[in-house]
Ligand binder design. Structure first.
Ligand SMILES: NC(=O)c1ccc[n+]([C@@H]2O[C@H](COP(=O)([O-])OP(=O)(O)OC[C@H]3O[C@@H](n4cnc5c(N)ncnc54)[C@H](OP(=O)(O)O)[C@@H]3O)[C@@H](O)[C@H]2O)c1
Length: 266
């Protein structure tokens, strides 16, 4: 993995990815260049040996793989700026820009370049992202590189591009959905006697453990629920009351509403 990587747009996501990739040892700091217009906020990365620059052209000339992490409305301008410096024999592009389709990117940079679209989530800051990836025109080596890159930052799955909006809802909005579930548990926990701090710890670690059970054992949630629900017990009483109040239905409706909002607005 001696490829050089450029991250264009060292904001929240771009800088978090840079840190995660260095901390995991995936890339040497000197093989990574991060750009933004105001580079004063990237001093801490520079101190770790990362190249920082306000020149996207310098970044493209330096790197083999270009990761675009600017805001959606900034993407076209950046692509237009760098397109004549992109060489399909050398470069591949990864866009994490929400709502930017491969065809939008190709309209500017042409058909020859390999383009990946990736949808990570905010847990990328602690290398626990779920990242959905779509590849367009990639060979096996490029695909392996991008998989390895995002595997350093959590889990990855390749999907068809038509599922990218759905991936945004389930994977990225999903973080907010899970947070609201945890917050409600904290509120309940306080009402039954815990301090906010202890309730937060119990709620968050319990959800983390539940997720790890599924990921490690590859079981279905209902199998794990069966293990906790004794006949006439307190767990099934609580679960059934939640369902009477529309728990699963409200979550499904929330997911579908977010999805409709994305496809109607984009
Ligand atoms: N945050 C997430 O968890 C998340 C998850 C999935 C996808 N995304 C997508 O990732 C992208 C970035 O999100 P973010 O939250 O990291 O936004 P952000 O913090 O605003 O980062 C964007 C960065 O781009 C820089 N920038 C703007 N114009 C530039 C240019 N011409 N050349 C180089 N850099 C430029 C900005 O810095 P300067 O103003 O100093 O140039 C800024 O630091 C968005 O498209 C978002 O939809 C984010």
């Amino acid at each position: 993995m001696n490829k050089k990587l450029a991250i264009i747009g060292g904001g929240n996501l771009g800088a978090a990815m840079a840190e995660g990739l260095i901390n995991s040892g995936f890339i040497l700091p000197e093989h990574l260049i991060v750009t933004k217009r105001d580079i004063t906020t990237l001093k801490y990365l520079e101190e770790k040996g990362v190249l920082v620059s306000n020149s996207n052209i310098e970044a493209v000339n330096y790197a083999d793989c270009i990761l675009l992490a600017v805001k959606p409305f900034q993407l076209k301008e950046v692509l237009t700026e760098v397109k004549s410096y992109l060489n399909p024999e050398r470069h591949s592009l990864i866009s994490v820009v929400t709502g930017a389709w491969v065809k939008d990117i190709r309209e500017v940079v042409g058909e020859a370049l390999t383009v990946f679209r990736a949808m990570p989530n905010t847990a990328i800051a602690i290398q626990e992202s779920m990242t959905c990836i779509h590849a367009s025109g990639a060979n096996e080596e490029q695909r392996n590189y991008v998989t390895a890159l995002f595997d350093q930052l959590g889990r990855t799955v390749f999907i068809e591009e038509k599922l990218m909006d759905a991936a945004t809802v389930l994977g990225a909005c999903g973080t907010a959905f899970a947070m609201r579930y945890i917050r409600a548990n904290i509120q309940g926990g306080i009402e039954i006697g815990f301090s906010a701090a202890v309730a937060s710890l119990i709620a968050a670690q319990t959800v983390k453990g539940a997720a790890e059970l599924l990921l490690t054992k590859n079981t279905h949630p209902e199998q794990e629920i069966d293990k906790v629900t004794t006949p006439k017990g307190c767990t099934i009483a609580g679960l059934n009351e939640m369902e009477h109040q529309g728990f699963s239905s409200s979550l499904i409706r929330g997911v579908v509403t977010s999805y409709k909002k994305i496809i109607n607005d984009m």
